[in-house]
Design a binder for this molecule. Structure first.
Ligand code: NAP
Ligand code: G4F
Length: 349
Protein backbone atom coordinates (compact mmCIF):
# COMPACT_ATOMS: atom_id res chain seq x y z
CA UNK A 1 0.00 0.00 0.00
CA UNK A 2 1.32 3.45 -0.91
CA UNK A 3 1.69 5.58 2.21
CA UNK A 4 0.20 9.06 2.16
CA UNK A 5 1.94 12.00 3.83
CA UNK A 6 0.70 15.53 4.45
CA UNK A 7 3.33 18.23 5.03
CA UNK A 8 2.92 21.80 6.21
CA UNK A 9 5.85 24.12 5.49
CA UNK A 10 6.83 22.33 2.27
CA UNK A 11 8.08 25.54 0.64
CA UNK A 12 10.64 25.99 3.44
CA UNK A 13 14.11 24.49 3.78
CA UNK A 14 13.10 21.34 5.69
CA UNK A 15 9.83 20.81 3.85
CA UNK A 16 11.61 20.64 0.51
CA UNK A 17 14.14 18.05 1.75
CA UNK A 18 11.40 16.04 3.46
CA UNK A 19 9.20 15.99 0.33
CA UNK A 20 12.20 14.74 -1.65
CA UNK A 21 12.90 12.02 0.91
CA UNK A 22 9.29 10.80 1.05
CA UNK A 23 8.81 10.82 -2.73
CA UNK A 24 12.06 8.84 -2.99
CA UNK A 25 10.53 6.26 -0.64
CA UNK A 26 7.43 5.92 -2.82
CA UNK A 27 5.04 8.00 -0.71
CA UNK A 28 2.16 10.00 -2.15
CA UNK A 29 2.95 13.46 -0.81
CA UNK A 30 0.39 16.20 -0.23
CA UNK A 31 1.58 19.57 0.94
CA UNK A 32 0.15 22.85 2.15
CA UNK A 33 1.29 26.03 0.44
CA UNK A 34 0.31 29.58 1.27
CA UNK A 35 -1.08 31.92 -1.32
CA UNK A 36 1.55 34.54 -1.98
CA UNK A 37 1.70 37.52 -4.35
CA UNK A 38 5.12 36.39 -5.51
CA UNK A 39 6.34 32.84 -6.08
CA UNK A 40 7.22 30.98 -2.86
CA UNK A 41 7.76 27.56 -4.46
CA UNK A 42 11.39 27.91 -5.58
CA UNK A 43 12.66 25.15 -3.27
CA UNK A 44 10.17 22.57 -4.58
CA UNK A 45 10.05 23.48 -8.26
CA UNK A 46 12.19 20.44 -9.14
CA UNK A 47 9.59 18.16 -7.51
CA UNK A 48 6.50 19.65 -9.08
CA UNK A 49 4.75 17.73 -11.86
CA UNK A 50 1.67 18.95 -13.71
CA UNK A 51 -1.26 17.18 -11.96
CA UNK A 52 -2.70 16.38 -15.40
CA UNK A 53 0.21 14.02 -16.03
CA UNK A 54 -0.32 10.32 -15.20
CA UNK A 55 1.26 8.84 -12.06
CA UNK A 56 1.68 12.12 -10.21
CA UNK A 57 2.61 11.63 -6.54
CA UNK A 58 3.16 15.20 -5.36
CA UNK A 59 0.14 17.42 -4.76
CA UNK A 60 0.00 21.02 -3.53
CA UNK A 61 -3.00 22.45 -1.68
CA UNK A 62 -3.59 26.02 -0.63
CA UNK A 63 -3.85 26.36 3.12
CA UNK A 64 -2.67 28.08 6.25
CA UNK A 65 -2.02 27.06 9.84
CA UNK A 66 -4.14 30.03 10.88
CA UNK A 67 -7.19 28.48 9.17
CA UNK A 68 -8.69 25.58 11.15
CA UNK A 69 -11.44 24.73 8.67
CA UNK A 70 -8.90 24.51 5.88
CA UNK A 71 -6.74 22.08 7.91
CA UNK A 72 -9.77 19.94 8.73
CA UNK A 73 -10.78 19.79 5.08
CA UNK A 74 -7.26 18.84 4.04
CA UNK A 75 -7.05 16.00 6.56
CA UNK A 76 -10.48 14.72 5.46
CA UNK A 77 -9.60 14.85 1.76
CA UNK A 78 -6.01 13.63 1.85
CA UNK A 79 -6.59 10.86 4.44
CA UNK A 80 -2.93 10.93 5.47
CA UNK A 81 -1.04 8.15 7.21
CA UNK A 82 1.59 10.63 8.39
CA UNK A 83 1.39 14.37 9.03
CA UNK A 84 4.58 16.44 9.31
CA UNK A 85 3.88 19.86 10.84
CA UNK A 86 6.84 21.96 9.70
CA UNK A 87 4.99 25.19 8.91
CA UNK A 88 5.95 28.10 11.15
CA UNK A 89 7.00 31.71 11.42
CA UNK A 90 10.45 30.33 12.09
CA UNK A 91 12.59 33.45 12.61
CA UNK A 92 13.44 34.09 16.27
CA UNK A 93 14.21 37.81 15.88
CA UNK A 94 11.03 38.38 13.85
CA UNK A 95 9.02 36.72 16.63
CA UNK A 96 9.89 39.67 18.91
CA UNK A 97 8.35 42.00 16.32
CA UNK A 98 5.33 39.78 15.57
CA UNK A 99 4.68 37.87 18.80
CA UNK A 100 0.93 37.49 18.37
CA UNK A 101 1.14 36.19 14.80
CA UNK A 102 3.99 33.86 15.78
CA UNK A 103 1.88 32.36 18.58
CA UNK A 104 -1.15 32.05 16.31
CA UNK A 105 0.76 30.03 13.71
CA UNK A 106 3.46 28.26 15.74
CA UNK A 107 1.35 27.39 18.79
CA UNK A 108 -2.35 27.48 17.87
CA UNK A 109 -1.59 26.20 14.36
CA UNK A 110 -0.34 22.96 15.90
CA UNK A 111 -3.42 22.70 18.10
CA UNK A 112 -5.65 23.16 15.04
CA UNK A 113 -3.85 20.34 13.25
CA UNK A 114 -4.00 18.03 16.28
CA UNK A 115 -7.73 18.67 16.71
CA UNK A 116 -8.42 18.02 13.02
CA UNK A 117 -6.52 14.72 13.23
CA UNK A 118 -8.17 13.70 16.52
CA UNK A 119 -11.66 14.14 15.10
CA UNK A 120 -10.82 12.45 11.79
CA UNK A 121 -9.24 9.52 13.63
CA UNK A 122 -12.16 9.11 16.03
CA UNK A 123 -14.70 9.22 13.20
CA UNK A 124 -12.89 6.92 10.75
CA UNK A 125 -10.62 4.77 12.95
CA UNK A 126 -7.77 5.70 10.58
CA UNK A 127 -4.48 6.04 12.52
CA UNK A 128 -2.59 9.21 11.62
CA UNK A 129 1.00 9.60 12.82
CA UNK A 130 1.96 13.19 13.68
CA UNK A 131 5.38 14.86 13.69
CA UNK A 132 5.84 18.23 15.40
CA UNK A 133 8.80 20.42 14.44
CA UNK A 134 10.00 21.41 17.89
CA UNK A 135 13.15 23.39 18.46
CA UNK A 136 16.29 23.60 20.58
CA UNK A 137 15.27 27.24 21.10
CA UNK A 138 12.92 25.83 23.78
CA UNK A 139 16.01 25.15 25.94
CA UNK A 140 16.91 28.83 25.75
CA UNK A 141 18.86 29.73 28.88
CA UNK A 142 19.30 26.13 30.07
CA UNK A 143 23.05 25.42 30.16
CA UNK A 144 24.52 23.01 27.59
CA UNK A 145 24.63 20.16 26.78
CA UNK A 146 20.86 19.76 26.36
CA UNK A 147 18.94 16.50 25.96
CA UNK A 148 15.33 15.28 26.32
CA UNK A 149 15.48 15.61 30.13
CA UNK A 150 16.85 19.16 30.25
CA UNK A 151 14.33 21.65 31.74
CA UNK A 152 13.13 24.23 29.21
CA UNK A 153 13.74 27.97 29.62
CA UNK A 154 12.45 29.69 26.43
CA UNK A 155 13.82 33.16 25.62
CA UNK A 156 11.62 34.43 22.76
CA UNK A 157 7.99 34.50 21.63
CA UNK A 158 9.01 31.89 19.04
CA UNK A 159 10.44 29.57 21.69
CA UNK A 160 7.37 30.00 23.95
CA UNK A 161 5.07 29.16 21.03
CA UNK A 162 7.13 26.10 20.10
CA UNK A 163 7.10 24.95 23.72
CA UNK A 164 3.30 25.15 23.76
CA UNK A 165 3.19 22.94 20.66
CA UNK A 166 5.71 20.53 22.14
CA UNK A 167 3.57 20.00 25.24
CA UNK A 168 0.33 19.77 23.26
CA UNK A 169 1.89 17.07 21.11
CA UNK A 170 2.75 15.11 24.25
CA UNK A 171 -0.68 15.87 25.70
CA UNK A 172 -2.49 14.47 22.66
CA UNK A 173 -0.33 11.34 22.82
CA UNK A 174 -1.11 10.83 26.51
CA UNK A 175 -4.79 11.84 26.40
CA UNK A 176 -5.96 10.20 23.18
CA UNK A 177 -3.26 7.61 22.47
CA UNK A 178 -2.27 9.40 19.29
CA UNK A 179 1.01 8.48 17.62
CA UNK A 180 2.43 11.99 18.04
CA UNK A 181 6.17 12.75 18.17
CA UNK A 182 8.07 15.90 18.93
CA UNK A 183 11.45 16.29 17.27
CA UNK A 184 13.61 18.75 19.24
CA UNK A 185 15.89 19.74 16.41
CA UNK A 186 18.99 21.86 16.88
CA UNK A 187 19.94 24.35 14.15
CA UNK A 188 20.25 22.77 10.73
CA UNK A 189 21.31 24.53 7.60
CA UNK A 190 21.93 24.01 3.89
CA UNK A 191 22.17 25.87 0.62
CA UNK A 192 18.35 26.10 0.84
CA UNK A 193 18.46 27.93 4.19
CA UNK A 194 16.54 31.22 4.29
CA UNK A 195 18.91 34.11 3.66
CA UNK A 196 18.12 35.97 6.90
CA UNK A 197 19.38 33.15 9.15
CA UNK A 198 22.94 33.81 10.20
CA UNK A 199 24.74 30.95 8.41
CA UNK A 200 23.25 31.67 5.01
CA UNK A 201 23.58 35.41 5.55
CA UNK A 202 27.30 34.80 6.06
CA UNK A 203 27.86 32.44 3.11
CA UNK A 204 25.82 34.66 0.77
CA UNK A 205 27.69 37.79 1.83
CA UNK A 206 31.18 36.25 1.81
CA UNK A 207 30.73 34.83 -1.70
CA UNK A 208 29.30 38.13 -2.97
CA UNK A 209 32.26 39.95 -1.39
CA UNK A 210 34.63 37.62 -3.22
CA UNK A 211 32.92 38.42 -6.52
CA UNK A 212 33.12 42.16 -5.81
CA UNK A 213 29.34 42.48 -5.46
CA UNK A 214 29.40 43.86 -1.90
CA UNK A 215 32.03 44.94 0.60
CA UNK A 216 30.53 44.74 4.10
CA UNK A 217 28.67 42.16 6.13
CA UNK A 218 26.77 43.51 9.15
CA UNK A 219 26.06 41.05 11.97
CA UNK A 220 24.85 41.07 15.57
CA UNK A 221 26.05 38.84 18.42
CA UNK A 222 29.12 36.90 17.25
CA UNK A 223 29.67 35.03 20.50
CA UNK A 224 26.43 32.98 20.46
CA UNK A 225 27.12 29.27 20.03
CA UNK A 226 25.02 26.87 18.02
CA UNK A 227 25.03 23.17 17.20
CA UNK A 228 24.76 23.34 13.42
CA UNK A 229 23.91 20.27 11.31
CA UNK A 230 22.82 19.58 7.73
CA UNK A 231 19.07 19.81 7.03
CA UNK A 232 19.12 16.75 4.74
CA UNK A 233 20.24 14.59 7.69
CA UNK A 234 17.58 16.06 9.98
CA UNK A 235 14.55 15.24 7.79
CA UNK A 236 15.71 11.60 7.82
CA UNK A 237 15.37 11.75 11.62
CA UNK A 238 11.82 13.12 11.33
CA UNK A 239 10.83 10.20 9.11
CA UNK A 240 12.49 7.65 11.41
CA UNK A 241 10.51 8.99 14.39
CA UNK A 242 7.24 8.21 12.61
CA UNK A 243 8.41 4.68 11.63
CA UNK A 244 9.24 3.70 15.24
CA UNK A 245 7.18 1.16 17.20
CA UNK A 246 6.25 3.73 19.85
CA UNK A 247 5.75 7.51 19.65
CA UNK A 248 8.40 9.46 21.54
CA UNK A 249 10.34 12.75 21.62
CA UNK A 250 13.92 13.05 20.42
CA UNK A 251 16.74 15.57 20.42
CA UNK A 252 18.43 15.75 17.02
CA UNK A 253 21.86 17.39 16.98
CA UNK A 254 25.50 16.90 15.98
CA UNK A 255 27.00 17.18 19.49
CA UNK A 256 29.39 19.95 18.38
CA UNK A 257 28.91 23.67 18.94
CA UNK A 258 30.65 26.63 17.32
CA UNK A 259 30.26 30.37 17.74
CA UNK A 260 28.92 32.67 15.03
CA UNK A 261 32.46 34.13 14.93
CA UNK A 262 33.87 30.67 14.14
CA UNK A 263 31.33 30.24 11.34
CA UNK A 264 32.44 33.59 9.94
CA UNK A 265 36.14 32.76 10.23
CA UNK A 266 35.88 29.38 8.51
CA UNK A 267 33.69 30.71 5.72
CA UNK A 268 36.01 33.61 4.99
CA UNK A 269 39.09 31.36 5.26
CA UNK A 270 37.59 29.01 2.67
CA UNK A 271 37.36 31.97 0.30
CA UNK A 272 40.79 33.32 1.32
CA UNK A 273 39.22 36.54 2.60
CA UNK A 274 40.05 38.44 5.79
CA UNK A 275 36.82 38.89 7.83
CA UNK A 276 38.37 41.83 9.74
CA UNK A 277 38.22 43.87 6.52
CA UNK A 278 34.58 43.11 5.82
CA UNK A 279 32.58 42.19 8.95
CA UNK A 280 31.05 44.90 11.14
CA UNK A 281 28.73 44.76 14.13
CA UNK A 282 25.33 46.42 13.87
CA UNK A 283 23.38 46.36 17.18
CA UNK A 284 20.12 46.25 15.24
CA UNK A 285 20.72 42.50 14.90
CA UNK A 286 20.86 41.99 18.67
CA UNK A 287 17.82 40.34 20.24
CA UNK A 288 15.98 41.51 23.36
CA UNK A 289 17.01 38.21 24.93
CA UNK A 290 19.70 35.97 23.49
CA UNK A 291 20.18 32.20 23.60
CA UNK A 292 23.90 31.99 24.35
CA UNK A 293 24.77 28.35 23.88
CA UNK A 294 23.04 25.36 22.32
CA UNK A 295 24.76 21.99 22.20
CA UNK A 296 22.65 18.89 21.74
CA UNK A 297 23.09 15.39 23.06
CA UNK A 298 21.36 13.09 20.55
CA UNK A 299 22.29 9.80 22.24
CA UNK A 300 18.64 8.73 22.48
CA UNK A 301 18.10 9.17 18.73
CA UNK A 302 21.32 7.29 18.02
CA UNK A 303 20.27 4.37 20.21
CA UNK A 304 16.55 4.16 19.47
CA UNK A 305 16.36 5.43 15.88
CA UNK A 306 19.83 4.48 14.64
CA UNK A 307 20.20 8.11 13.53
CA UNK A 308 23.46 10.02 13.32
CA UNK A 309 24.57 13.05 11.31
CA UNK A 310 26.64 12.53 8.14
CA UNK A 311 27.83 16.07 7.38
CA UNK A 312 30.59 17.78 9.39
CA UNK A 313 30.70 21.47 10.29
CA UNK A 314 33.33 22.17 7.60
CA UNK A 315 31.44 19.99 5.10
CA UNK A 316 28.28 22.00 5.75
CA UNK A 317 30.05 25.32 5.22
CA UNK A 318 31.75 24.01 2.08
CA UNK A 319 28.50 22.96 0.38
CA UNK A 320 26.86 26.30 1.26
CA UNK A 321 29.87 28.28 0.03
CA UNK A 322 30.07 26.32 -3.23
CA UNK A 323 26.41 26.87 -3.93
CA UNK A 324 26.47 30.56 -3.05
CA UNK A 325 29.61 31.12 -5.09
CA UNK A 326 27.70 29.77 -8.08
CA UNK A 327 24.85 32.23 -7.33
CA UNK A 328 27.28 35.14 -6.97
CA UNK A 329 29.00 34.28 -10.27
CA UNK A 330 25.63 34.16 -11.99
CA UNK A 331 24.66 37.50 -10.44
CA UNK A 332 27.89 39.06 -11.68
CA UNK A 333 27.35 37.70 -15.18
CA UNK A 334 23.81 39.10 -15.23
CA UNK A 335 25.03 42.47 -13.98
CA UNK A 336 27.69 42.46 -16.71
CA UNK A 337 24.94 41.84 -19.25
CA UNK A 338 22.99 44.82 -17.92
CA UNK A 339 20.46 42.90 -15.78
CA UNK A 340 20.08 44.06 -12.16
CA UNK A 341 19.97 41.41 -9.43
CA UNK A 342 18.52 41.79 -5.92
CA UNK A 343 20.79 42.44 -2.95
CA UNK A 344 20.71 40.04 0.00
CA UNK A 345 21.11 42.89 2.48
CA UNK A 346 17.80 44.58 1.70
CA UNK A 347 15.42 43.15 4.32
CA UNK A 348 17.58 41.04 6.57
CA UNK A 349 17.23 40.48 10.32
P1 NAP B 1 11.47 27.85 6.94
O1 NAP B 1 12.47 27.62 5.85
O2 NAP B 1 11.31 29.21 7.50
O3 NAP B 1 10.06 27.34 6.40
C1 NAP B 1 8.88 27.61 7.09
C2 NAP B 1 7.72 27.06 6.29
O4 NAP B 1 6.51 27.35 7.00
C3 NAP B 1 7.56 27.72 4.90
O5 NAP B 1 7.10 26.74 3.99
C4 NAP B 1 6.48 28.75 5.16
O6 NAP B 1 5.75 29.11 3.99
C5 NAP B 1 5.59 27.96 6.11
N1 NAP B 1 4.65 28.81 6.84
C6 NAP B 1 4.90 29.99 7.48
N2 NAP B 1 3.76 30.47 8.01
C7 NAP B 1 2.78 29.60 7.70
C8 NAP B 1 1.38 29.56 7.94
N3 NAP B 1 0.76 30.55 8.58
N4 NAP B 1 0.68 28.51 7.46
C9 NAP B 1 1.30 27.51 6.78
N5 NAP B 1 2.62 27.50 6.51
C10 NAP B 1 3.35 28.53 6.97
O7 NAP B 1 11.77 26.88 8.18
P2 NAP B 1 12.67 25.54 8.23
O8 NAP B 1 14.05 25.93 8.58
O9 NAP B 1 12.38 24.71 7.04
O10 NAP B 1 12.07 24.85 9.53
C11 NAP B 1 10.97 23.94 9.46
C12 NAP B 1 10.31 23.84 10.81
O11 NAP B 1 11.24 23.38 11.77
C13 NAP B 1 9.78 25.15 11.37
O12 NAP B 1 8.62 24.86 12.12
C14 NAP B 1 10.88 25.62 12.29
O13 NAP B 1 10.35 26.48 13.27
C15 NAP B 1 11.37 24.31 12.85
N6 NAP B 1 12.77 24.25 13.24
C16 NAP B 1 13.75 24.63 12.38
C17 NAP B 1 15.08 24.50 12.74
C18 NAP B 1 16.19 24.89 11.82
O14 NAP B 1 17.32 25.05 12.29
N7 NAP B 1 15.95 25.02 10.52
C19 NAP B 1 15.40 23.96 14.01
C20 NAP B 1 14.36 23.57 14.85
C21 NAP B 1 13.05 23.70 14.46
P3 NAP B 1 6.24 30.31 3.00
O15 NAP B 1 7.31 29.70 2.14
O16 NAP B 1 5.00 30.65 2.28
O17 NAP B 1 6.77 31.39 3.88
O1 G4F C 1 20.53 31.91 12.41
P1 G4F C 1 19.71 32.43 13.52
O2 G4F C 1 18.71 33.48 13.21
O3 G4F C 1 19.03 31.15 14.19
P2 G4F C 1 18.37 30.90 15.62
O4 G4F C 1 17.93 32.13 16.27
O5 G4F C 1 19.30 30.02 16.40
O6 G4F C 1 17.05 30.08 15.21
C1 G4F C 1 17.10 29.03 14.26
O7 G4F C 1 17.38 27.82 14.93
C2 G4F C 1 16.35 27.39 15.85
C3 G4F C 1 16.83 26.08 16.47
O8 G4F C 1 17.60 26.35 17.60
C4 G4F C 1 15.07 27.21 15.07
F1 G4F C 1 14.11 26.76 15.91
C5 G4F C 1 14.66 28.52 14.44
O9 G4F C 1 13.48 28.32 13.67
C6 G4F C 1 15.77 28.99 13.51
O10 G4F C 1 15.87 28.08 12.44
O11 G4F C 1 20.66 32.99 14.68
C7 G4F C 1 21.71 32.22 15.23
C8 G4F C 1 22.56 33.09 16.14
C9 G4F C 1 21.76 33.90 17.16
O12 G4F C 1 22.39 33.84 18.39
C10 G4F C 1 21.79 35.34 16.62
O13 G4F C 1 21.73 36.34 17.63
O14 G4F C 1 23.23 34.06 15.32
C11 G4F C 1 23.16 35.32 15.96
N1 G4F C 1 23.32 36.37 14.95
C12 G4F C 1 24.36 37.26 14.92
N2 G4F C 1 24.19 38.11 13.90
C13 G4F C 1 22.48 36.64 13.93
C14 G4F C 1 23.03 37.75 13.27
N3 G4F C 1 21.34 36.05 13.52
C15 G4F C 1 20.73 36.55 12.41
N4 G4F C 1 19.60 35.95 11.97
N5 G4F C 1 21.22 37.67 11.75
C16 G4F C 1 22.37 38.29 12.14
O15 G4F C 1 22.80 39.27 11.54
Amino acid sequence: MTKIALISGVTGQDGSYLAELLLGKGYEVHAVIRRSSSFNTERIEHLYVDPHEPGVKFFLHYGDLADASNLRRLVERVKPDEVYNLGAQSHVKVSFEEPEYTVDVDALGTLRFLEAIRDYRERTGHEVRFYQASSSEMFGAAPPPQNETTPFHPRSPYACAKLYSHWQTINYRESYGMFACSGILFNHESERRGETFVTRKITRAATRIQMGLQDKLYLGNLSAKRDWGFAGDYVEAMWRMLQADQPDDFVIATGEAYSVQEFVDRTFAMLELDPRRHVEIDPRYYRPAEVDALLGDASKARTKLGWSPTVTFDGLIRRMVEHDLMLARREKLLLGAGHGAGSTQGQDT
